[in-house]
Design a protein around this ligand. Structure first.
Ligand SMILES: Cc1ncc(COP(=O)(O)O)c(C=O)c1O
Length: 414
């Protein structure tokens, strides 16, 4: 399997599965069936090895030392930045800011881009299916500035129509912040069209790509959004690192987000001058091993081919949807025609948390709860859902294990 190859039909999920050592372990004396990749994916051995190699042989602080080790670490760190740029076809490496994750990226944009600009009555446009990470930073901002939050509604399938976005855009809309893919429902949003409509009204667009980057090709030049945020740990990389890609002209105009080392050029007690992009937004010692792991994760994705991963996951999504629909009493929440490999569901008579516990006893790890999307739960009038999500290493047999475990749950509660 190859990065740039056209979609192939010879995707070998068993081989891919074997690249992930953790998947070989057992839980409760049963083989682990990991179906919670939307929360955090597992890491292949190559990512674990890259991090270990760095920690064992190349660690030093970056950007500071003239000695060899520091230069090696700097090359690895800056190489990772270029790796991210190339993977997403971002225009310029200076637009790639390393942050802790999607959450921090969105907070950075809210506080550094939006806070100085927004006036009372200005509007921030969100959609009804956002993760809390793309709601709460804007609420904090609204409290700080007097700006108002507007929400684009979704339909009963969990679809956000472009026209529904347009209907909410007006001359007060300053920023549109929307998911690329919903973590709770799997809906893929028409982000290209949303960006076009928002730009036509003079609004800036932030796309929360946390659930998109691991599952589909993302081309930032084509997308043309102003900010794009995502996390490494959902794309086979480490926790504690993610990226904000921002339009250079906007980043240049923004004040630093945090102060400290690395983001400065000169400091006196009277005045500080700031470093150039991207360092202006990276105060303090960064997560160097995280960046190394993230680059290795991108190499791994490229070794399979993101289009092959997408095709594989879409196949699993179709199979799993078909099988789950045949489980008596099961309702799938989120039935958009364009979905990523996420299936939220409820089972009559069983609270999702109880369901999760029974499935766990069978070795099947699914997420249960509100998925950090309480407004979505409210919309569908459910307290919580169970959610199965697939990744490059998921296999058809994992779906069968889920279906069998659901059968057990129905017996227990039957
Ligand atoms: C759509 C979406 N946005 C944002 C986040 C937050 O990501 P992180 O916790 O890595 O900052 C998540 C994580 O679940 C997500 O699924």
């Amino acid at each position: 399997m190859n990065a740039n190859a056209a979609v192939t039909n010879d995707y070998d999920a068993e081989r891919v599965w074997r690249d992930f050592p953790i998947l070989r372990r057992e839980v409760h004396g049963r083989p682990l069936v990991f179906l919670d990749s939307a929360a955090s994916s597992q890491r292949p051995a190559s990512v674990v090895a890259a991090v270990e190699r760095y920690e064992t042989y190349s660690h030093a602080n970056v950007h500071r030392g003239v000695y060899q080790l520091s230069q090696e670490a700097t090359e690895l760190f800056e190489g990772a930045r270029e790796r991210v740029r190339r993977f997403l076809n971002a225009p310029d490496v200076n637009e790639v800011i390393f942050v802790r994750g999607t959450t921090e990226a969105i907070n950075l944009v809210a506080q550094s881009y939006a806070r100085p600009r927004l006036q009372p009555g200005d509007e921030i446009l969100l959609t009804a299916l956002e993760h809390h990470a793309n709601i709460v930073p804007w609420q904090l901002l609204a409290e700080q500035t007097g700006a108002v939050i507007k929400v684009v509604p979704m339909d009963r399938r969990g679809v956000i129509e472009v026209d529904a976005v347009s209907a909410q855009l007006n001359e007060r809309t300053r920023i549109v912040a929307c998911a690329h893919v919903s973590n709770a429902l799997g809906t893929v949003l028409p982000v290209r069209e949303i960006v076009q409509r928002a730009h036509a009204r003079g609004a800036v667009v932030l796309v929360d790509g946390a659930q998109a980057v691991p599952h589909q090709r993302v081309d930032l030049k084509a997308l043309d959004c102003d900010f794009y945020a995502f996390s490494a740990h959902k794309m086979y990389g480490p926790t504690g690192i993610g990226v904000l890609v921002g339009r250079e002209s906007l980043l240049e105009s923004m004040p630093p987000w945090q102060g400290g080392g690395d983001m400065i050029l000169t400091v006196t007690f009277e005045k500080t001058t700031y470093n150039a992009l991207p360092f202006k937004f990276e105060a303090g010692t960064p997560n160097i091993s995280g960046a190394v792991g993230m680059a290795a994760a991108i190499d791994y994705i490229d070794s399979l081919g993101i289009d092959n991963i997408h095709a594989h996951e879409q196949r699993l999504l179709a199979i799993a949807t078909g099988k789950l629909q045949r489980v008596p009493g099961l309702t799938i929440i989120g039935t958009a025609p364009q979905k990523a490999s996420v299936i939220s569901f409820t089972l009559d008579g069983i609270h999702p948390h109880d369901l999760g516990t029974i499935l766990d006893a069978e070795g099947v790890a699914v997420r249960t709860g509100h998925h950090c999307a309480m407004p979505v739960m409210e919309f569908f009038n459910v307290p919580a859902t169970a959610r199965a999500s697939f990744a490059c290493y998921s296999r058809e047999s994992d779906i069968d294990a889920l279906i069998a475990a659901l059968g057990k749950a129905r017996e227990v509660f039957g």
